[in-house]
Design a protein around this ligand. Sequence first.
Ligand code: NDP
Length: 298
Amino acid sequence: MTKRVVLIGHPVAHSLSGAMQQAAFDARGIDARYDLWDRATMEFPDAIEEIRSDDFLGANVTIPHKERVVPLLDRLTEEAQATGAVNTLTREGRRLVGHNTDVPGFAAALDRLVGRSKMPRQAVVLGAGGGARAVVYGLIRVGFQRIVVFNRHLHRAEGLVKHFAKSAAHMDLRAMPWHESIIESELAKAKVLINATSIGLNGDATPVPGEILGRDLRVLDLIYSRTRLLRDAEAAGCTAHDGETMLLHQGAAAFTLWTGQAAPLDVMSDALASARAQGLRSAEGEPVGDDQSPVTDG
Ligand code: NDP
């Protein structure tokens, strides 16, 4: 019988994850179908209950449910526990296990951003949602010594910092209010800037003006498109990458959890590229348009 995997979010229309995962199942000869479930908050708990049946290999969870899903599960892996956010579910009989494959996804993106250079120690993170939690956890794990988190609603950044208090006890992790002058002064000390807000997802807004980006900065935008932030960063001489590597590697890790098999990365990467060429958007809501080609090194 064909097994099922679903992506639960709101909205999820035209998901890039669907194209990427279906291509991987097909390439590995796995009889499984990846569907999109658009479920608003009220319908979300019932959707999670449905996944417990034998028909399902598991699921992905995306905006806005990554934190909300946590209390509905039976067990969390260390990474899900540490971040307080879940993007992948697997089944153990009728029990549901929550994983966070954004963590290995971000680790792959950070490695690519840093390249052969020594891992930097100071970062500025914009945003404090589910994505930012995977980012901050990943930065702490590779030894960053100072991470400053800016968020529109300061209390959410403060909540994030509190969540990581124990794992960040040895270093300087702090939340700061979103003021351009404060961001500018922190960027002057940092080597890495991560945009984990959804600013730039739709339209051409940017979280910080290009003039405050120094040329030594490495900039990663989790959004999978050529955002204004990335264009400004390139113009300033920075190394600048979009969210493609993170999207691909979080998907690959999820595929392995569901199937027990190594993910066919080339197939998944090609499927992402062709889905995007056809104007599809990812579950994370990347915008479409003519000027959305992936950004490589700046
Ligand atoms: P959340 O909804 O959990 O968080 C959204 C974040 O964006 C919050 O920090 C929010 O601030 C901020 N934000 C939204 N709108 C504005 C605005 N107009 N002005 C200032 N801040 C704003 O989403 P996620 O953390 O899951 O995702 C965030 C981004 O990261 C998305 O663009 C998503 O596409 C991307 N992402 C990419 C992944 C990948 O694999 N490439 C994986 C995960 C995420 P506030 O708290 O104040 O509302």
